[in-house]
Every structure is written in C-alpha cells, then in structure tokens.
Design a protein. Structure first.
Lengths: 220, 231
C-alpha cells in the first residue's frame, strides 16, 4: 500500500515533467546516430554491432534519467519530509526504482525501432528482445537509483553517478548486448537463456541488496 | 614505528626475492626471461585481492558496528588496494606485450581487475566529494559492499564472454627454483602492504580525530581590543 502510494507519487512527478522524458529519448536517438559516424558507413559492421550501440545509448541516457531521480526530492528538503512520514524508506526506494525501471524500459523499447531503421537489423523475435530490455533496464535501475540517492547529496554529482554506476553494470551491459545480439543473429548454441539467467540473477541480487542498503544512504 | 619496521622487512624480502628471481632462478623454457616478472606480478595479484577483500570486511564492520576505526581502516584498505591494483595492471601489460603480442586482453581476470580498480577509484573520489564525515563513511561502506558483490558476477560474465589467460600457477605446477623467489616476494609485498595500511590507517584516524575534536572557541575579534572611548 505504501509502495503503491509512493509509486503513484513518482509516476505523477515524471508525468508532470514529461518534456524531460522526451529529451532523454532524443538524446538516446542522437547517440545511436553518432555511433554510425564513429564506425563509418559500413552497413555490415553497423548491423553486427547494432545491439552494442543500442545498449550503450541506453546506458548513456540512463545517467540523465537516474541523476534526476532524487534531484526534485532535494529541492526544499522534500526527502526529509518524506522520511518523516510513517512510511518505510524501502517503499520510497522501490517506488523510485520501479519508476526508473519503467522509464528505462520505455527508452530501450522506443530506441529499438530507431535501431532497426538506422542499422538495417531484422528482428525475428521482438518479444524476446523486449524481454531482455526489461531485464537489462531492471539491472540498471536498481543500483542506479541507490547511487542517485547518494550522489544527489554530494558535490560533483554529474561526474560521480556514471563513475560509480558504469563499472558496476558491466555484467548487465555484457548480458544484454550478448543476449539481444544472439536473438537477432540466431542462436545455434542456445546461449541466450544463459545470458538471460545472468541478467535475472543480477537483478535479483541488486534489487534485494539495494533495498536493504537504501536505509543507510538516506538516514541522518 | 611498526609500519617502518614492516616496510624495512618488506624491502629485505623483496630485495632477496627479486635478486633470486632475476639472477639465480633458471629462465622459463617457453617464455624465457620475460617470465621473471611473475615473481612480482603474482605476489602483487594475491595481495591486491587480499586488500580488496579486507576493504569489504571493513565496510561490513562499519555498517554493523558503526565505529570510526573501521572507517579509517576502510580508507587505508581501498587506497593501498588501488595502488596494488594499478601496479598489477601495469606489470600485466608489460608481460603481455612480448608474450601475447598485445598490451591488453579481454580475459576474465584482467577485465575483472580493471573493473575493480575503476570501482574503487570511484569510491575514493566519492569520499572526496562528501564533506559530512558520517555520510562519507556510510556511503563509502555501502558502495564497497555493492562493489564486492559485483566482483564474482563480473568475473563470470566476462569468463563466458571470452577467455585466454595463463593457467593459474600453484606450487604443484611450479618447480622449487621458481617458487622460492615467488614466496619470498609474496611475503615481501604482504609486509609492504601491511606497513602501508597501518601507516595509512593511523593518518586517517588522526584526521578523523582532528575533524571530530571540539571546535576551538571563537577567537576574540581584534576590534574589541581597541581602547574604549576612541570612537
């Protein structure tokens, strides 16, 4: 119940600032466009690395989304007010993490057609790729939300968030890129499920661990 | 005094071990003299891992006990670990170039070390960016716990992704002439690490004590000392 109320608040918060959500999508699309300039107009190479580009675009855009998570709660000490309410801090954390997960999944899913158009990729198993995007976005949002809470109260927050988050989510990046590449290019060895399991275990570990640790990050 | 003694002993061990490794031990059959870097590379690797493991122990202890001594130990462990990790990567690159023909390779152990190094440098930077001492200590402990949980996951994901590394050496696979200098150097690096960590922990404790000491009373402004009745 507490969680539902907190989710409702955070969804409303995102909805009221929806232009920013759009801006993040435009940023991701720009990044995808830029990768083709880095690689050159070699259609074969671009197609081969398309999923890598997609996930890097999601990762780079995710810092924009995540760093904003606790920004609005810092204004006029809203976070302190929230913590004074008779609500567990875990509910506050999970609400933020769920909303970030939804947002990053939406970002990944909406960049997918853009990737198809730019890099001429065929998607034989769209639902499976979408599933990988959901898993990967969950892996980014769990530690990302915790670190966002932490850096929002520190100096140099623009630099700190990617610095702390990017090395941590190396397994997420590897798993999502490999799994979606295998789904697109065909998977004769049946490795996709192993990568999906890796992503799911990462999600499980960090969704529980970060929920436990969040209390220590916001306590005074 | 203790850190100095430890570092002195470490110098002796490292001097003897490196002399033995460079001039007495026979050259390895396939790799030749290049292999001699193993006598410092492998001890550095063991001790770097030990330092990072100690860091996660300190982080957990701080989160459960909440005493400043564990924060000081955590700071020391991360700094010394980062130094050893940096040394490890450089030695590895020097060895890999003539042996594999590349400076760097995407092998699980190499990649995990690099990721670990970046993560802990990030935590050191985080410590610099937070002024509040309680928050600094808690957050760096939280970040250390999160990073420690990540290490096996990174290792296995990179292992699935790609693999090519010298098989791990154990005394069983190495002849006596090879492992004497290896062990002496391992003790040497261990003593060096302990000496540096103890010295660094003391510095951190002194800093904490200075920061947490009661602030001095406000100095009396000089203007109030001006003779009265002059205005």
């Amino acid at each position: 119940m507490q969680l539902l109320a907190a989710v409702r608040k955070d969804v409303l918060l995102q909805w009221r600032s929806r232009t920013r959500v759009l801006a993040v999508f435009v940023f991701g699309a720009t990044v995808l466009l830029l990768f083709s300039f880095a690689v050159g107009p070699n259609a074969e190479a671009l197609r081969q690395h398309a999923t890598g580009f997609l996930w890097l675009a999601v990762l780079l855009s995710s810092t924009l989304t995540l760093s904003e998570t606790f920004q609005s709660e810092m204004e006029q000490r809203a976070l302190e007010g929230l913590l004074l309410l008779p609500v567990s801090s875990a509910a506050l954390y999970y609400a933020k993490a769920i909303v970030n997960w939804l947002q990053l999944s939406m970002l990944g899913l909406s960049l997918l057609p853009w990737m198809v158009v730019l890099y001429d990729v065929s998607l034989p198993r769209v639902q499976a790729v979408a599933g990988i995007i959901l898993l990967g976005a969950a892996g980014l949002s769990a530690p990302g939300t915790l670190y966002a809470a932490l850096v929002a109260q520190a100096r140099a927050r623009q630099t700190l968030l990617p610095l702390l988050l990017f090395p941590l989510v190396v397994p997420v990046l590897l798993g999502s890129v490999r799994a979606s590449a295998l789904l697109i290019a065909g998977d004769p060895m049946g490795q996709t499920s192993a990568w999906a399991t890796l992503l799911a275990s990462f999600d499980l570990i960090y969704w529980s661990l970060c929920g436990l640790l969040f209390d220590r990050v916001v306590e005074d | 005094m203790l850190p100095l003694v430890l570092i002195g002993l470490a110098t002796l061990c490292l001097g003897f071990g490196s002399y033995y490794g460079l001039f007495v031990a026979p050259a390895e059959h396939y790799m030749g003299d290049v292999q001699r870097i193993m006598y410092i590379h492998v001890p550095t690797a063991w001790n770097a891992m030990l330092a990072f493991t100690w860091a996660s122990v300190c982080a957990l202890m701080f989160l459960f006990r909440g005493t400043w001594k564990w924060d000081a130990r955590l700071e020391a462990a991360i700094e010394v670990g980062v130094m050893l990790g940096l040394m490890l990567c450089m030695q590895g690159a020097i060895w890999a170039r003539p042996t594999w023909g590349v400076w760097w390779d995407w092998d699980p152990r190499l990649t995990t070390t690099a990721v670990l190094l970046v993560v802990f440098v990030g935590i050191l930077i985080l410590r610099q960016a937070v002024d509040d001492r309680v928050k600094r200590a808690t957050w760096s402990s939280v970040a250390t716990v999160i990073a420690s949980v990540d290490v096996p996951i990174v290792y296995f994901s990179v292992k699935w992704w790609n693999s090519l590394h010298q098989m791990q050496s154990t005394p069983a696979t190495v002849s006596a002439a090879f492992y004497l200098p290896l062990r002496v150097n391992a003790v040497g690096v261990l003593l060096l690490m302990l000496g540096l960590m103890i010295a660094r922990t003391r510095t951190a404790e002194l800093r904490l004590r200075r920061d947490l000491a009661d602030p001095l009373p406000e100095p009396i402004p000089l203007s109030t000392l001006a003779p009265r009745g002059t205005e």
